[in-house]
Design a binder for this molecule. Structure first.
Ligand code: ADP
Length: 243
């Protein structure tokens, strides 16, 4: 049994009288690549928003490496080691790929190190260029990248900050099939050193790259298991696959 990195218990989020999350329990072990699926409105983004401090729940608990995350501000949660991507892009188009990575890496360096003269490219930035396959584009402005390359850069900008938990919101949305494949490989590689939770709709993608899947439906965990187990569940077929 892997050690739990993230433990969510009885999580509730109400918007007015509407419960977007209605008693969610979720445990993610260290080193897992977990996929979170469910139809629109199931509560996936709300769950990610609670973990990252963007939305305050009305009940329940969220523990990360033994720290209680509830009540903490977003930047504190980032500092504890939780990184996320958003559906909207956060790259600086006028900066090069290398400069974007370097800037992201600087967020975790102590302030005094910014005052010293910079000496070349840091180890984590070089490693991120390799992992994301963007080394040959290091000197290109981020504004010229394809949609897929931009997503990989964003993942690179997360990993240079050395998070222990990465939350990725629909990383393959809008990608070509070649880009999807490359992203699947990238996620598999990133998951070797990190715990990753991926919100994803694409069933073909899941079949190829997912090991553990959690299905959310109407603010609750409907079921969990391997892709095959989840797909075989008649309730999942009805609400999700049978559309
Ligand atoms: P998913 O990501 O699975 O599509 P969301 O977490 O975005 O689902 O939304 C879950 C439900 O909560 C939806 O019915 C949505 O309309 C509602 N919701 C999300 N955010 C808010 C908000 N800020 N105010 C009111 N309702 C919201």
């Amino acid at each position: 049994m892997t050690e739990a990195l993230l433990e969510i218990r009885s999580l509730e989020v109400a918007f007015g009288g509407f419960r977007a999350l209605d008693g969610v329990d979720l445990t993610v072990g260290r080193g897992e690549l977990r996929f979170l699926i469910g139809p629109n409105g199931a509560g996936k983004t709300t769950l990610i928003d609670v973990i990252t401090g963007l939305t305050r729940p009305t009940g329940g608990s969220v523990r990360f490496e033994g720290h209680d995350l509830l009540g903490r501000r977003e930047h504190e949660i980032v500092r504890l080691g939780v990184g996320r991507t958003f559906q909207t892009s956060v790259v600086f188009e006028e900066l090069t790929v290398l400069e974007n990575l370097d800037l992201a890496a600087s967020f975790r360096r102590p302030l005094w190190s910014l005052l010293r003269r910079r000496r070349g490219v840091s180890e984590e930035v070089t490693a991120a260029l390799e992992t994301t396959g963007l080394a040959s584009l290091a000197g290109s402005k981020a504004g010229v990248l394809s949609h897929g390359q931009r997503q990989w850069l964003e993942i690179g900008m997360l990993i240079v900050q050395r998070p222990r938990l990465l939350l990725l919101d629909e990383p393959v949305a809008g990608m070509s099939s070649g880009e999807r494949e490359r992203t699947g490989e990238l996620l598999t590689e990133v998951a070797r050193d990190h715990t990753v939770i991926v919100v994803e709709h694409d069933m073909d993608f899941l079949r190829r790259y997912a090991s553990q899947v959690t299905v959310l439906h109407e603010g609750r965990v409907l079921t969990e298991g391997s892709v095959e187990q989840v797909r075989a569940d008649p309730r999942v077929q009805e609400i999700y696959l049978g559309r």
